[in-house]
Design a protein around this ligand. Structure first.
Ligand code: PNS
Length: 177
């Protein structure tokens, strides 16, 4: 039988527990899931492409059928290059629907064979977005439980280089027992 490959495209700046939840769900229904990180020169991201890739690689290391890749240009062209037949996207609330529908229909116009599959993350992540994680962290709030521990540490290091120095000197500092 034909292997069903899906891509999960996005900016992942930073990847959150909501993304991880969707990756886990997607990995159960597709034979192969490619987390596709968009190289977008227009934006000024918090994390470089390389940093985001490292975080996603670490988050997906436990899934045998998930890999991470970086792409340029149209999502549909990338999907064709990797022989994917579906695009996976998450819908958290009705407010996501309009934008996601618009994108899915445009992608269908560009590449009618490619299906967009929407999945809902767990309810506890329904308010979670990378933008809010960045904002909360930048303003000194806690992002614990919103992102994996490794991402939380990297966000802290990014926003406060002194934390990075402290970790370099004492790698065990700040880790939960
Ligand atoms: O995580 P995001 O930022 O919501 O992801 C948006 C993404 C990367 C899926 C979307 O911007 C995209 O597909 N960009 C690639 C360019 C493209 O194909 N544009 C037309 C989309 S209809």
């Amino acid at each position: 039988m034909k292997k069903v490959i899906a891509i999960y495209p996005g900016s992942f700046d930073p990847p959150t527990n909501g993304h991880l939840d969707l990756i886990e769900r997607g990995s159960k229904i597709f034979d192969e899931l490619i987390v596709a990180l968009l190289r977008n020169a227009d934006k000024s991201p918090l994390f470089s492409l390389g940093e985001r890739r490292l975080m996603l690689d670490s988050m997906t290391a436990g899934f045998r059928n998930v890999r991470v890749d970086i792409f340029d240009g149209l999502t549909v062209d990338y999907a064709a290059r990797v022989k994917a037949s579906a695009i996976l996207r998450g819908i958290r609330a009705i407010s996501d629907y309009e934008y996601e529908l618009q994108m899915a229909l445009m992608n269908r116009k560009l590449h009618p064979e490619l299906e967009t599959v929407f999945m809902m993350p767990a309810e506890k992540y329904s308010y979670l977005s990378s933008r809010l994680v960045r904002e909360v962290a930048q303003l000194g709030g806690s992002i614990k439980d919103l992102v994996p521990e490794m991402v939380e540490r990297r966000v802290k290091e990014k926003l406060d280089p002194a934390v990075k120095l402290q970790h370099a000197r004492n790698p065990k500092a700040g880790k939960r027992k």
